[in-house]
Structure formats: C-alpha cells, structure tokens
Design a binder for this molecule. Structure first.
Ligand SMILES: [Zn+2]
Length: 395
C-alpha cells in the first residue's frame, strides 16, 4: 500500500463536499479510485452508493466493508480554524469535514482491498461507499447488501482502531395528545392538549431505562414539542406533539418500546398515542427511501468466530485493539440488527471526533486503519480448502 496515494485519495474525498443526498461527486471519486486500483467490478446503485468488488482466486466468504460518504454540514456560527474543505495537513493531523466521519475509513478500505493478493484470496471483498447514513442509518446499505449478499460486514465508523462488537440502536418516538378546542376566553369548555402533554411528559420522563454492560444505559430524551394550531390565536390547542429520541439496548423491540409508554398506569385516562416516526429521504439519484425510524441495537459475542478472526487479523497487522461498543447508531443497525449478518466495527478516529469543529484524524491512524482492514481480509477470506492445500505443500 502506498501511504502517499492513500493520503492523496483521502484529501480528494474531503475536498468534495458531500452532505446527505448530495454525494454524487464524491461517489464518482470513489468509483474512479476503485477502477484505478483494479477492482473487478464497480458500479453505482439506484441510491447512488458506489460498490466495488475484488474477486479472490479461490472460493470463500463475501466480506463487505461499509463506509458512508455523506457528512453533516457546518453548523452556522461554528468557527473552524481551518477551511473544512481544504483537507489541510498540519503536524500529525489531516483536517476537514468528514475526515473522521468517515472519509478516511473509506479511503483506507478502498486501498486495503485494492492491495490484496487476489491469488491468495478466498471469496471476495466488497467495498460500499454508501449514501445518506447521517439521515437514515442502514437505508442505503440495505440496497448494497441485497446485491452483494455478504457473509460478514465491517462498519468503518470511528473506533480509535479498536474492535467494536456491539452498538446501541436508536428510535424516534412520536407522541400526540388529543384535547378539545375552545375559545381561550372560555378555556373550561375545551381540553388543553398541552396540559395533557405535560402530564404525559412527566410520566414518560420517569420511565427507568435498562443498562447493558457493554453498551451502557438506554436513553429516552425529549427533543421537541409542538402544539396545534401554532401559533394559536385565542384558541385552546386541540393537539400537541412531542418527539423522544430513544437509544436502544439489545433485545428491545418496537412493541416493547411503545408499550413502556402506552401502558403507564398514570396515563390511562389521557387521550394520547405513541408511534415510531416515519420519514422519506430522496437520494441524489432521485430514488426515495422510506425510513421507519427504529434501528435495533446489536451485539456479537466476544468468542464469536468473526470477532476472533478479525482480532487476530488486526494483531497480525501490528495493532493492539480492545473490544468495544459504539454508543451512537450506525449502519450496523441494519446489517446485523435487521439483516442478521455478523458485523463488527473498526475505524480510525474517535466517536468524539465526529461532527466536530476542526474535525481531524492522525495520518498514522489512517495508515494503521488500512493495515487493519487488510489484516481482517487476510484472516477472514481464507477457505479451509486453501489452508489444507498449504498444509499439504508443507509436507
Ligand atoms: Zn458516521
């Protein structure tokens, strides 16, 4: 692997702005690089994700690496000390929007996959530069996985070069209270939906969340509230909506999350509903993705063969990873949480680097990530057949 070319590719990715649903140009940069590195097949799917395949000479598993190409924007009023689109290198760091979340991971995956010895590879490696993760985790990855049918998935979100074997999920819960409108000069004739919602919020905020040894606590956080009509001129509002962000632990289901709220005894006389939010997102290709905003938590056992193989691959690459979990929600919520395909996380940078002012990554970590991805490929994409052939040759 050529470190200079890896850094150059990372810089080209960062210099092309790619907020969600505007990833077209950065997709093209990924496609061109995969072609330049001799990937066997490269295509852009209906959502605009770039997908590249490296075919091994021997039969074996399909290993999918996923990195999303979209980034969050630059918050108004946030003061960067560097131009977020210039990919400046200063000291040991490269700076820019998306460099940690997660264009350096994408660059490392593409270069690692493009540098493997295909004659020794059993199975195939697929790299997915997927769109729209920041607005809809797993939505674009589903399309990639339907086509690539992977046996194993590696999500490249920042893990400080540690191996991630679990992640909290996320749900967006919409609550709505229904009152009765009246003129506000006679409020006793109506039922104020805001007052109802205040009772609902008080009860919901007291729901005890579970705790998981690896993933930490579940979360139920009130994020917005809106009454109808708004503004209400001399009207007692008949409806009030509130949104809760719920961070999920393994085993939590839609039914369970909603029942925690709807079965609260103190709310049995209040007219309200609770449901999972739904949303539509249009990709830059025009394709519309319908998001049902429930993204399950996930966990792979420490002794799972994929975790152990990936660990030995990372160690063979000279790394010393811990086992960890993602506290935020990633595309793994789909790959393992919904599709049930064994998934791990491994990437350069820290979770706390994502979405930050002066987002940056260490150049050394970019290179180590690429070595780590290559190590994972070399331990996972080996077939029993090729191992026994090697043993026979030794004798
Ligand atoms: Zn990310």
């Amino acid at each position: 692997m050529d470190k200079g070319k890896l850094i150059d590719f990372t810089q080209r990715l960062v210099r092309q702005a790619s907020p969600s649903s505007q990833e077209g140009a950065v997709t093209q940069i990924a496609v061109d690089e995969m072609n330049r590195l001799g990937f066997d097949r490269v295509w852009v799917d209906e959502n605009g994700s770039a997908v590249g395949v490296v075919e091994g000479a021997n039969p074996g598993p399909t290993l999918l690496f996923d990195a999303h190409t979209d980034t969050v924007g630059i918050a108004p009023g946030s003061i960067w000390t560097r131009n977020p689109l210039r990919a400046e290198i200063e000291g040991p760091y490269i700076y820019g929007r998306g460099v940690a979340d997660m264009k350096s991971a994408l660059a490392a995956m593409v270069h690692a996959s493009g540098s493997v010895d295909k004659s020794k590879l059993a199975g195939r490696v697929v790299v997915s530069a997927s769109v729209m993760e920041e607005v809809y985790e797993g939505g674009a990855l589903k399309t990639v996985m339907d086509e690539a049918r992977p046996d194993f998935v590696v999500i490249g979100e920042a893990s400080e070069l540690n191996l991630v074997r679990g992640g909290r999920g996320r749900a967006e819960v919409h609550l709505e209270t229904i009152g009765r409108p009246s003129h506000s000069s006679s409020p006793h004739l109506g039922i104020n939906a805001i007052h109802l919602m205040m009772k609902v919020i008080e009860a919901v905020d007291n729901i005890q969340m579970g705790e998981h040894p690896l993933l930490g606590p579940g979360v139920l956080a009130l994020t917005d509230i809106l009454s109808e009509p708004y503004p209400a001129y001399s009207v007692i509002p008949a409806r009030c909506k509130a949104t809760y962000d719920r961070r999920l632990l393994p085993g939590e289901t839609v039914e369970g999350v909603l029942a925690d709220i709807t079965t609260l005894p103190e709310l049995k006389d209040i007219n309200f509903s609770a449901k999972i939010a739904e949303e539509e997102h249009q990709a830059y290709t025009g394709k519309v993705l319908k998001a049902y905003k429930f993204f399950p938590a996930w966990e792979l056992e420490e002794n799972h063969p994929f975790v152990q193989k990936a660990l030995s691959g990372l160690r063979a690459a000279g790394l010393d990873p811990d086992l960890r979990a993602y506290r935020f929600c990633t595309n793994a919520a789909y790959s393992i949480g919904v599709a049930g395909v064994s998934t791990i996380g491994f990437g350069p940078g820290a979770e706390s680097d994502a979405h930050m002012v002066d987002e940056r990554i260490r150049l050394d970590d970019l290179e180590k990530a690429a070595m780590g991805y290559k190590g994972i490929i070399e331990t996972v994409c080996t077939s029993p057949a090729s191992t026994s052939t090697m043993t026979l040759r030794k004798f």
